[in-house]
Structure formats: structure tokens, C-alpha cells
Ligand binder design. Structure first.
Ligand SMILES: [Zn+2]
Length: 57
């Protein structure tokens, strides 16, 4: 069974419905990083995203 890496932006930013889900962790992090920067003007490091926001489902 494969796992997916998921970031639910609503947990990090109120009122944002953006959800990223990918089987590729690196891809999920890249997408999350771009979204946080472009959508919220916030810079997260890959490590922060991986540690604090990425869930394995
Ligand atoms: Zn968002």
C-alpha cells in the first residue's frame, strides 16, 4: 500500500482550503512551499514544512 504526503493548509492558515496531496514527498513540499509563498507571502523552509505541516496518510 502506498502512502501519500498531505498538507492541509487550513490547519496552518485559517480560511484557506488549499490541500496538497502527493505520493512524492519532495513534490508535496515543493508545492507547499510555492503555495505558502504565493498564497500567503510566507517563507517556510522545507524542514519546517516537513516537520510541522506535512502529514503522512
Ligand atoms: Zn493556503
Amino acid at each position: 500500500m502506498s502512502t501519500a504526503h498531505k498538507l492541509d493548509c487550513e490547519a496552518a492558515e485559517n480560511d484557506c482550503r488549499f490541500i496538497i496531496q502527493s505520493e512524492n514527498e519532495q513534490e508535496a513540499i515543493e508545492l507547499a512551499k510555492n503555495h505558502m509563498k504565493e498564497g500567503h507571502g510566507k517563507d517556510f523552509t522545507e524542514e519546517e514544512l516537513r516537520r510541522e505541516h506535512l502529514q503522512v496518510v
